[in-house]
Design a protein around this ligand. Structure first.
Ligand code: UD2
Length: 352
């Protein structure tokens, strides 16, 4: 089949495209080649194993006159949690309107859609409590511990980014009645090809820049925050499965995408330093909290397992090592760019 991948020239899209081509499919990308992500747009186009149509998913005109395709994977999105707190309109336009247009396109053409949402819809997510049972969105009292989020959990986004992803999912409601729709909620996706020039998101890219410059790794807070790091190849395998195994129209499916393993940022720093080919210079703790940042995230994979979707194969340590090895010789933004992005938040009163 021929698959249209919005945002196909980006990190996840390139991996997915190669995976689909290896499986015998053809791919086509619709991508804005946004400067914040694509420092060399021509190289991104050249790397994509199919035609790249330059267009903005939020523009109605980008969706007219597209060639015939058999399925759509909607990846195009604005992804910076902190940046979303002040670029509200831009995030809304791309993530909500763009997703609605992707859904309308799939419904018009009568073809399946796989749309990437985010675990950001859960916000602080599920907490188990000794006294109150389960709490969502925020710990209810001091007796809670974070638990892995399940697909049926309520949405409690704490960032504009998370809100736009939640609204984007809602915009697909009517589409799911007409054509097969799978919504995937990835955790923190890492791996070779990850943006190294975008200081608005991606703690691992920040760590890489610091390691290369022989600087200590900066942790915002104690480093006890947790994330679930998923290797991009594992996400590509899940999306490929979702395309090959569409749900019935009228029964839209939501699936988490994660490793299912909770990793503290301190552990992440250790894995990154272990993968660096130079001695490392420790850790600096910055007493700062970015508005929109959550403390804990981890995916519950019970449903993924139950539907027979592929489970992640990469361990977090190996995934981090793979990223560092593949990215060490690549040019990226200097470590100071992450300080700059933090400064932008500080100026706007979006740190505490
Ligand atoms: C990630 C995704 C985002 C969204 C979200 C879902 C990436 C690149 N971004 O955002 O698209 O899906 O997950 O929840 O995967 N930090 C430091 N030091 C630094 C930089 C960051 O301690 O130098 C902290 C930061 O405060 C946060 C954590 O690292 O607690 C992760 O930040 P991030 O920007 O990598 O990604 P996140 O989880 O906000």
């Amino acid at each position: 089949m021929t698959v249209l991948i919005t945002g196909g020239a980006g990190f996840i899209g390139q991996h997915l495209a190669r995976r689909l081509v290896a499986d015998g499919h053809s791919v086509l990308a619709l991508d804005t080649l946004l400067g914040q992500v694509h420092v060399d747009p021509q190289a991104s186009v050249a790397a994509f194993p199919g035609p790249v149509i330059v267009g903005d998913v939020a523009d109605a005109s980008a969706w007219t006159d597209l060639p015939q395709v058999n399925a759509v994977v909607h990846l195009a999105a604005e992804t910076g949690t902190g940046q979303s707190m002040y670029e509200v309109e831009r995030y809304h336009r791309v993530n909500v309107e763009g997703t609605a247009r992707a859904g309308a396109f799939a419904a018009d053409r009568g073809i399946p859609l796989v749309a990437l949402s985010s675990r950001a819809v859960y916000g602080e997510g599920r907490h188990g409590c000794l006294i109150h049972g389960v709490a969502f969105g925020a710990p209810c009292c001091a007796h809670t511990a974070p638990e892995a989020s399940r697909e049926a959990d309520p949405h409690h986004p704490v960032s504009v980014y998370g809100e736009t992803k939640s609204e984007g999912e809602a915009a697909l409601g009517p589409v799911g009645a007409a054509v097969p729709v799978t919504i995937i909620r990835p955790q923190n996706v890492i791996g070779p090809g990850q943006a190294l020039h975008n200081p608005y998101t991606g703690v691992l890219a920040a760590f890489l820049a610091m390691l290369k410059e022989g600087k200590p790794l900066t942790l915002y807070g104690a480093g006890t925050q947790t994330r679930d790091f998923l290797h991009v190849e594992d996400l590509a395998a899940l999306i490929a499965w979702a395309l090959a195994t569409p749900p019935q129209p009228g029964r839209p499916r939501v699936l988490n995408a994660g490793s299912g393993v909770r990793t503290t940022l301190l552990e992440l720093a250790r894995y990154a330093a272990a993968g660096a080919p130079v001695p490392t210079y420790g850790i600096t703790h910055l007493d700062i909290h970015r508005a929109g940042d959550i403390d804990h995230a981890c995916a519950d994979l019970t449903l993924v397992r139950a539907v027979g979707a592929p489970l992640p194969r990469w361990t977090t340590a190996d995934a981090v090592a793979d990223f560092v090895a593949a990215s060490w010789d690549k040019t990226g933004a200097p470590a100071s760019a992450w300080d700059g992005a933090l400064g932008e938040l500080r100026e706007r009163g979006l740190t505490s």
